[in-house]
Design a protein around this ligand. Structure first.
Ligand code: BMA
Length: 367
């Protein structure tokens, strides 16, 4: 082969991989809509940054359960493109989440979002199966071991996954199509505030928890509409990011959670964004800022600061956490009607780089 032909083939394969055309999510039996979503997200990340908001349609500053409302829409006239939902307490068989949102309502919003071409992502602050405490109960280092195969709480944990299964299988359209979901469990594990955190279990046990979960959902429960997201907390190096990474064969999205808690935020955000977008490129996966939030009440340029910090990187979405409707130990992370910094958010919204619902609807992510 001549060197020209070799370079042509090389160039072609790079373009092919970058186009997202050949990309497949890790689940070999992923449904057609899930495959499409994965491929389209992969392509879209080099063109724009979707904006996401946790519990966007459920409640906001001073309101709960008003159909069609969203704090983000109140401010910029459009919905976010990505919608986060939280399933904590589903495992208990409760009717509503730890944030007091009814699971049936969440199922309905997920359907509404899918039908208008938005993206749904699920987090799960599940209870501690060993102690019966919350996700934040870090009193024992035996929890992860106890729920793995052979552990004393393995059956209890399978019961949790069975409840999750019922919820996930009910996510379908009227004609029975399963609605694809970005599933992001066991997050912020590079910190030690959840029972699955770094100081609470070994590297191998954390990876085994992921592997068991994915295999149980796919092979025992026949769930094939999930795109799996790995999401650390703040980190400094690639090695730190990947230390507990469960493997390219089960992870589709590389994310990190990073809240603005001080002056080092822009530099940390830049470093983490650069690292995940580089890794995602190398691995042929999707990169994201899976959770963030900052002092929007006092820093009125927070949104444009974030945008300028991450503009150079290919990231699928930037999701801010919830605007709590009852005391939660933190204030609103998304703008709301009349909130300080709303003007800056409108600039963020109008920027060519950011994508909200109307633009993403046109992209037909599921086709
Ligand atoms: C945390 C806080 C809590 C909430 C939890 C799960 O960051 O918002 O109030 O219960 O997320 O959504």
């Amino acid at each position: 082969m001549t060197s020209q032909i070799k370079s042509a083939i090389f160039l072609f394969s790079i373009l092919f991989a970058a186009s997202g055309f050949a990309a497949k999510p890790t689940d070999p039996k992923a449904t057609p809509e899930t495959v499409k979503l994965y491929q389209n997200l992969k392509k879209l990340q080099s063109k724009g940054l979707m904006f996401g908001h946790q519990d966007a349609l459920a409640y906001g500053e001073g309101w709960v359960y008003e159909e069609g409302r969203s704090d983000v829409k109140d401010v910029c006239g459009d919905y976010p493109a990505v919608y986060g939902w939280e399933l904590g307490h589903l495992e208990l068989g409760d009717a509503y989440s730890l944030d007091s949102v009814h699971f049936e309502k969440i199922q309905n919003w997920i359907k509404i979002v899918y039908e208008r071409g938005g993206v749904n992502t699920i987090s799960w602050h599940l209870r501690n199966p060993l102690t019966g405490g919350t996700s934040w109960d870090v009193s024992s280092k035996e929890v992860v071991k106890s729920i793995l195969p052979g552990g004393t709480k393995h059956e209890v944990f399978k019961g949790y996954l069975d409840k999750l299964t019922i919820f996930l299988l009910a996510l379908k359209t009227d004609n029975g199509t399963q609605i694809p979901i970005l599933f992001r469990p066991y997050h912020e594990h590079t910190g030690s505030w959840f029972w699955w955190g770094k100081d609470l279990c070994s590297v191998d046990d954390y990876k085994a928890l992921w592997k068991f979960t994915v295999s149980y959902l796919q092979n025992e429960k026949n769930i094939h509409h999930l795109i799996y997201a790995y999401s650390t907390d703040r980190f400094k190096t690639e090695a730190e990011y990947l230390e507990r990474y469960p493997g390219d064969n089960i992870i589709d999205v590389l994310g990190f959670d990073l809240y603005d808690r001080g002056p080092d935020y822009p530099a940390a955000l830049k470093n983490c964004a650069a690292t995940v977008s580089k890794l995602a490129k190398e691995k042929g996966k999707i990169a994201t800022v899976s959770e963030s939030g900052g002092p929007i009440a006092t820093n009125h340029n927070w949104w444009t600061m974030v945008l300028e910090t991450i503009r150079p990187y290919d990231l699928s979405y930037f999701l801010v956490w919830r605007n709590p409707w009852q005391p939660a130990g933190h204030g609103a992370f998304a703008p709301y009607n009349g909130s300080p910094g709303s003007e800056d958010f409108v600039k963020f919204y109008k920027d060519k780089k950011t994508l909200f619902q109307k633009e993403v609807t046109k992209k037909k992510l599921y086709q």
